[in-house]
Structures are given as structure tokens and as C-alpha cells.
Design a protein around this ligand. Structure first.
Ligand code: ADP
Ligand code: UDP
Ligand code: MG
Length: 244
């Protein structure tokens, strides 16, 4: 089971108290906020020569990943890499994999890991930033293992937006972005894929002490107030201890 992070909602005040609350919530700080992490055989992947600080953002379809990522970008200066957006961009460019990606998304299945990881790697390498939110990835164990093999490091922390299924379905059906997968049939498949393939990845990170489970219900503002302490703690640590 993942570690419960319900106390996040009560974290207010200084960044120091945020750190304490997060520690009580079971976050492994040595692991989560350390810049002393492995790099790939090809060397460091950040253009600044620094190992980037990577946050994976997970949750079911409609759990609010993209919405909260936009808020984190605005407040904490991260670069948002949505795996789904990177894949949709490939479709729009009519690249060789475009048709395969489109069909996979229509069916609510998972695109082959190497395709997605290469897009993520390219986006990280072409950015001048050194802190990233990777949204909607990894979606299965094979995604996770392929990422670690190609990128050469694990994420520093993993956010999981926990949201009831009925709420996720309601949000997706009213998203109105013209997405080919925002229909009831594909949503059913996406929910199945989430439960069977993504939850094991979420549990894996919980076991490693890297998971921050966030209650994904309530207004966008309320949810962001649960997210904020995570990054306030990160900023405090990076300022005072010189870590990324
Ligand atoms: N807290 C919230 N309450 C109600 N609707 C929300 C909330 N957060 C996001 N939404 C809306 O729900 C839909 C799905 O949100 P999104 O961030 O795209 O989720 P995800 O990236 O996890 O699929 C969007 O239309 C978004 O505007
Ligand atoms: O790493 C990823 C991310 C997304 N997708 C595909 O892209 C779709 C949409 O993903 P996105 O993250 O945009 O959906 P969200 O969860 O935000 O609704 C998924 O259902 C998958 O078919 C994938 O195959 N691999
Ligand atoms: Mg999204």
C-alpha cells in the first residue's frame, strides 16, 4: 500500500514545518530530495551539467494532473512535460509513429515505452530548466523500467492524485478539448489500464518512500494547497542545503 499523506492538507505556515509534516507523512527525504543520484551511461542529461530534479505526476484520467502541473509551473518554475501532450504532438506532426500512437490512444492502451521515453528524453535535453514535472508517465512497470534504463535515474519524488472514479469520469466527459479518447468507451478502458497497470507502479514508489499521495477531490485551489507544501519543502531544502 502507498503511504498516506493526508496530513499534507493540514500543512500550513513555514517551510520548516512543511518539512516536518512531510517527514511524518513518511517521505524519505534523503532519497527524495537528494541530487546525489545516478546518471545515465551517456552522462548527465541536463544541459546545465546538473542532474535534473524530476517529479513524476500520476493519477487516473481526469484526476487533475495537468491542472495541478500548470499551478506548480506558475508558482515554482518547473517545466511541465505531459507524456500525453508529447504523444499528441507526434500525431499532429504526422511523424512515422503518428498513426500507431493515434490508434493506441483511441483504444486507451499504452504506447510502446521506447517511443514515449525518447520523447521525454529529447524534451529534457532541449530544455534550459533543471526541474521537471513528468505528467502521466510511467503508466506501467515496463514504462518505468525503460525510463530508468534510458534516462539512467529514478525520479526524485512522485505525486499521486487520488480521486474517486465517478469524479474522474465526470471531469473527463466535460473536458471539451476534442480529444479522441474522452468518450465513455475509451474512458472505461483507460480506467482499467490505470487500475491494472498504473497502480502497481504507484505502489512501487510508495514502497521506496518516494510517493506523495494527494487527495484529488475539492476545488483546484484546495488541491493546490495540498500540493504547495511539497514544493515549498523542496525549495527550502534546495536553498539551505544547496541540493537541486
Ligand atoms: N478540482 C477540480 N474540480 C473540477 N474540475 C477539475 C478539477 N481539476 C481539474 N478539473 C477539470 O477536469 C478535467 C480534467 O483535468 P486534467 O487536469 O486535464 O486531468 P488529467 O490530466 O489528470 O487527466 C479538466 O477539464 C479540468 O479543467
Ligand atoms: O506515457 C504515456 C502517456 C500517455 N499515453 C497515452 O495517451 C493517452 C492520454 O494520456 P494523458 O496523460 O494525456 O491523459 P490524462 O490521464 O491526462 O487524461 C493515454 O490514455 C495513453 O493512451 C501513453 O501511452 N503513454
Ligand atoms: Mg492530462
Amino acid at each position: 500500500m502507498w503511504r498516506r499523506v493526508t496530513s499534507l492538507s493540514t500543512v500550513i505556515g513555514s517551510s520548516k514545518s512543511s518539512l516536518l509534516n512531510l517527514r511524518q507523512a513518511g517521505v524519505n527525504f534523503r532519497e527524495a530530495f537528494s541530487s546525489d543520484v545516478q546518471t545515465s551511461a551517456e552522462g548527465r542529461i541536463s544541459p546545465k551539467g546538473k542532474t535534473p530534479f524530476i517529479t513524476f505526476v500520476l493519477g487516473g484520467p481526469g484526476s487533475g494532473k495537468g491542472t495541478q502541473c500548470a499551478r506548480i509551473v506558475e508558482t515554482f518554475g518547473f517545466t511541465h512535460l505531459s507524456a500525453g501532450d508529447l504523444l499528441r504532438h507526434e500525431i499532429s506532426l504526422n511523424r512515422e509513429n503518428g498513426a500507431m500512437i493515434l490508434n493506441t490512444i483511441k483504444e486507451g492502451k499504452i504506447v510502446p515505452s521506447e517511443v514515449t521515453v525518447k520523447l521525454i528524453k529529447r524534451a529534457i535535453e532541449s530544455s534550459v530548466n533543471d526541474k521537471f514535472l513528468i505528467d502521466g508517465f510511467p503508466r506501467c512497470e515496463e514504462n518505468r523500467v525503460t525510463y530508468e534504463r534510458i534516462i539512467g535515474k529514478e525520479p526524485n519524488i512522485v505525486l499521486f492524485f487520488d480521486c474517486p472514479q465517478e469524479e474522474m469520469v465526470k471531469r473527463v466527459l466535460s473536458r471539451n478539448q476534442g480529444r479522441v479518447d474522452d468518450n465513455i468507451d475509451t474512458i472505461k478502458e483507460r480506467l482499467k489500464v490505470f487500475k491494472t497497470l498504473n497502480l502497481p507502479v504507484i505502489n512501487y514508489y510508495a514502497e521506496k518512500g518516494k510517493l506523495l499521495k494527494i487527495n484529488g477531490t475539492g476545488t483546484e485551489d484546495e488541491i493546490f494547497e495540498r500540493v504547495r507544501p511539497v514544493f515549498s519543502a523542496w525549495r527550502y531544502r534546495s536553498k539551505h542545503f544547496g541540493l537541486v
